[in-house]
Design a protein around this ligand. Structure first.
Ligand SMILES: Cc1cc2nc3c(=O)[nH]c(=O)nc-3n(C[C@H](O)[C@H](O)[C@H](O)COP(=O)(O)OP(=O)(O)OC[C@H]3O[C@@H](n4cnc5c(N)ncnc54)[C@H](O)[C@@H]3O)c2cc1C
Length: 562
């Protein structure tokens, strides 16, 4: 019998709330579910919210009675914020988080590189915002609680998943014993140690790096701005790397690499932690300052992915699908993209608006994304924690040259998590005009946000299905509207936005006047009739210099394979 702890986790700044377990005895009627999601981490919750947005109910099973232990993911990227906006929690993250855009790298006490992440007036969100993962999970859970299509079951641990021809049977253990649940689809969002992945005997591809980092959250009154600090080869930790990040509530994240051969047990001894955190604080000019420990853990880098995220009726997402190094803030940030992607693909399949081939596309796109990230983050990992003498020699050469040679300094660049472009997606249109565009996001790219007014941005209006941006000064041509309506009649939401008309536009769901022409310029939409088709995850799948109904119908058919 599964007995999750009902003792709140310890924290000096976060009050853990204990939820009541969901018990089958209080719900004797168990129907076949469309979607069961195992796990209520960032990936599981974003998937549930996006599915609900698209009208698909889900049951979320989560083994614990409270949110996760420790701050874990503390840095969320602009693209993550755009996804969180899509599922309705970005405002709370903005209110609670610490936005930032600068990073500083030091070598032997000298600052050798200052990273400046681009940010312009078209961006609603900063390049990065720091917030502890417990808060993020809390906001996502609150959004789920307000969503009648989501049935979240605390204290429900997935014990087994048995695949049948057209559904799966999930065995769930609870504080009163097990029950079974039938589901058309099971989303495995049960994290890095996914029991579902292990039980199915699935092997991940990639590498695990030797060497450990300690991650410690301390409360400390440091008068420093919210900027990332990275120290290479500092005096107190020769040959190794130390990172410092500011978090909300007076908490600071200190990450330091352990000398070769030191075990996690030795590293987590209180005297070892104290000596190293004191040394880090002295290194940043605050020797002797008082601090208090909140949470600490030991971490080692892995770059692993499943080669296919669709395994029969079980769909993998987030850390259950891949394990990525935290350098470049890739874990949760990648999980959001996976979950948003999985949810819209799955929603259309569940609603029979597309065939199961669409799920193969989810896997292809997100496995490619993971492989690209593995390639990028492998470089960061080899720089932060060189895996061999050769890599160490190269890294040390860059470090020492950087003291006097400006040209090597950009090699410190951190290669932050960025959204993958689905340039080769099977869903991209073939007969459109993408190659003729001189500006704007191309096939498969995520959208560029554009400021439309004082507190009004393009992405405030995009999501919840497909979006057609169409430049017109007059009414929408009837044949275009007919195509949109015929797809809408099948249950696929398509929002038609007229761009560039002064007032309401006949046949459009929304009109954006774009008075100064900024949106049209940024998207390379030079004349009336130009258009973009965005998928439910806001990525571009077609664009035209002059759209007609035949080509719109073809593009929608390509994006919705039967
Ligand atoms: C120390 C540390 C620091 C990190 N720092 C960063 C960072 O700065 N930036 C970043 O982007 N990422 C960071 N990450 C990674 C980030 O925390 C993960 O990538 C992220 O939480 C993955 O989300 P997920 O939803 O896939 O999995 P998880 O958050 O692990 O969620 C898994 C969920 O499944 C549940 N579960 C597990 N087994 C079962 C079961 N059998 N039945 C039912 N439920 C189950 C768990 O209780 C949990 O709710 C860090 C991770 C760690 C450990």
């Amino acid at each position: 019998m599964h007995q999750p702890t009902s003792v709140p986790r310890a924290s000096i700044y976060y009050d853990y709330r204990i939820h009541q377990p969901w018990l089958a005895s209080a719900h004797p009627e168990q129907m076949r579910q469309k979607v069961v999601i195992a796990g209520s981490g960032p990936a599981g919750l974003v998937a549930a919210l996006k599915l609900a947005q698209l009208g698909v109910p889900s049951v979320v099973l989560t083994s614990e009675l409270q949110v996760s232990q420790g701050s874990r993911a503390i840095v969320f990227t602009r693209r993550s914020m755009e996804i969180l906006q899509d599922v309705g929690v970005a405002d709370r993250v903005t209110q609670a988080g610490l936005p930032w855009r600068f990073g500083n790298s030091y070598y032997r006490g000298q600052r050798v590189f200052r990273m400046e992440a681009p940010h312009d007036e078209d961006d609603r969100f900063f390049p990065m915002i720091n917030l502890q993962q417990q808060y993020l999970e809390e906001y996502l859970l609150d959004a789920c609680a307000n969503q009648p299509l989501i049935d979240l079951r605390w204290g429900n641990k997935v014990e087994a998943v048995e695949q049948r021809a057209d559904h799966a049977v999930v065995t769930v253990d609870t504080p009163e014993g097990p029950y079974t649940l039938e589901a058309d689809w099971v989303v495995a969002a049960d994290g890095g140690r996914s029991g579902i992945r292990a039980a199915m005997g699935l092997q991940m591809e990639g590498a695990s790096y030797e060497g450990y980092f300690v991650i410690a959250d301390i409360r400390c009154d440091l008068p420093l701005p919210t900027e990332r600090l990275a120290f290479f080869d500092p005096e107190w930790n020769p040959g190794n790397t130390v990172l410092v990040h500011r978090e909300p509530h007076g908490i600071w994240r200190v990450d330091y690499q352990l000398p070769a051969g030191e075990t996690p047990e030795e590293a987590l001894k209180p005297e070892s932690l104290k000596a190293r955190i004191d040394a880090t604080l002295a290194m940043i000019g605050h020797a002797g300052i008082a601090w208090e420990m909140d949470w600490c853990s030991v971490y080692s880098a892995r770059t692993l992915t499943l080669p296919d995220y669709v395994q029969g009726r079980v769909l993998f997402t987030g850390d259950a699908a891949h394990l990525l190094p935290i350098f470049g803030v890739r874990g949760a940030n990648t999980g959001f993209q996976d979950a948003q992607s999985l949810a819209w693909h799955l929603a259309l399949v569940v609603k029979a608006q597309a065939g199961t081939a669409l799920l193969a596309n989810y896997s292809a796109e997100r496995v490619n994304a993971a492989r690209e990230i593995i390639d990028e983050s492998g470089k960061s990992t080899r720089f932060m924690a060189p895996p061999s003498r050769g890599f160490k020699l190269l890294r040390d050469a860059v470090l020492s040259l950087s003291l006097s040679q400006a040209f090597v300094r950009p090699l410190y660049h951190w290669r932050t998590s960025r959204p993958h472009e689905y340039s080769h997606s099977a869903l991209n249109a073939t007969g459109d005009d993408t190659l003729l565009f001189r500006a704007g996001p191309a096939h498969g790219a995520p959208p560029q946000n554009v400021r439309l007014g004082a507190d009004d941005y393009l992405l405030d209006h995009v999501g919840e299905g497909f979006t057609l941006l169409y430049v017109t000064a007059g009414a929408i041509p009837a044949p275009l509207r007919d195509v949109v309506d015929s797809v809408g009649a099948r249950g696929v939401p398509v929002k038609l936005i007229a761009v560039g008309a002064a007032g309401p536009v006949d046949g459009a769901d929304l009109a954006l006047p774009d008075t100064d022409g900024r949106l049209r310029r940024r998207y390379g939409m030079e004349a009336a009739g130009a258009a973009y088709l965005l998928r439910p995850d806001q990525h571009v799948c077609a664009r035209w210099i002059a759209l007609d109904a035949v080509r719109l119908r073809a593009a929608l058919a390509k994006a919705l394979p039967q």
